[in-house]
Write a protein that binds this ligand. Structure first.
Ligand SMILES: [Zn+2]
Length: 279
């Protein structure tokens, strides 16, 4: 008996040395499940490529979007206008140029948001055009391989904005929808540019480069920005440490062919530039 007990003890020590727990010991504590760390994340719902391919339905509610960020851009179910997310509120820039607050039960096929926490600012910024603005920011926001959320509050001498009309099935690709975009121009408006700059490596997941939406201080003017002349403003930026992609659970998403969409089409849709309207 005594010999047998010693043999079991030796077996237990050997098992322990081999990295196994002996049966007699309480089981090692299992790792505690926890949510994945998404520190300082840009959170996007669906892919720009899926939107470009015509996936304009389903997606999360706007209430769910606001649980992931208080700042960002996007669109609405059936592509019903441009989305501006600012200070925790979602604004819908309709194709007729009007701005409405939304029902949080509405849904979005694409949005990219984050909780804006300022990492730095540039005071007294001015730029005669969107292209010049982009180039200046390329020089000053040095980390080219991380996404930035960018907010510019100021006085705009000129702005050209666009929105698109709600679509009906069968949906056309977005590159065809924006051929019917409605544009309008404004002069001397105070407001906020709500922008994202994504690194080149996002490819067609999001918009590589700058993507600007606008909302006026009086919340009467807004849309996707095609041209702007910034007289003077303050830029605040927020570097993102993570990128979170929420993938849709829809038949349309399952069936979309990512290979049909290239970066040139995304640029045509989201990075068009037009000459500023004459004043
Ligand atoms: Zn846009």
């Amino acid at each position: 008996m005594k010999l047998q007990a010693r043999w079991i003890a030796l077996a237990a020590i050997a098992a322990h040395a081999a990295g196994c727990s002996p049966l007699q010991e309480p089981p090692a504590r299992a790792p505690t499940p926890r949510s994945v760390a998404v520190d300082d994340a840009l959170v996007q719902f669906s892919l720009v490529a899926a939107l470009a391919a015509g996936d304009y339905v389903a997606g999360p509610t706007l209430g769910e979007v606001l649980t992931q960020g208080d700042f960002g851009v996007g669109t609405f179910s059936r592509l019903a206008g441009e989305m501006i997310v600012l200070e925790g509120a979602i604004y819908q820039a309709h194709v007729d140029g009007t701005i409405h607050r939304v029902s949080l039960d509405d849904t979005t096929p694409f949005a990219a948001v984050k909780f804006f926490t300022e990492d730095g600012r540039i005071e007294g910024l001015a730029a005669p055009s969107l292209d010049v603005l982009d180039r200046r920011l390329d020089e000053q926001l040095a980390r080219r391989n991380v996404p930035y959320a960018i907010r510019i509050d100021g006085e705009f001498a000129a702005l050209t904005l666009r929105s698109v009309a709600a679509q009906s099935p069968p949906f056309k690709p977005l590159v065809d929808v924006v051929k019917q975009q409605v544009t309008w121009s404004h002069q001397n408006v105070r407001g906020t540019l709500v922008g994202l700059r994504c690194p080149p490596w996002v490819g067609t997941l999001n918009v590589a480069g700058y993507h600007w939406h606008f909302l006026s201080d009086d919340r009467q003017i807004g849309g996707h920005v095609l041209a702007c002349e910034l007289s003077r403003g303050t830029l605040r930026y927020d570097e993102c440490s993570s990128l979170v992609l929420h993938l849709p659970r829809s038949r349309e998403f399952d069936e979309f062919d990512a290979g049909l969409i290239d970066k040139g089409q995304i640029d045509q849709i989201e990075r068009q530039r037009v000459p500023a309207a004459p004043r």
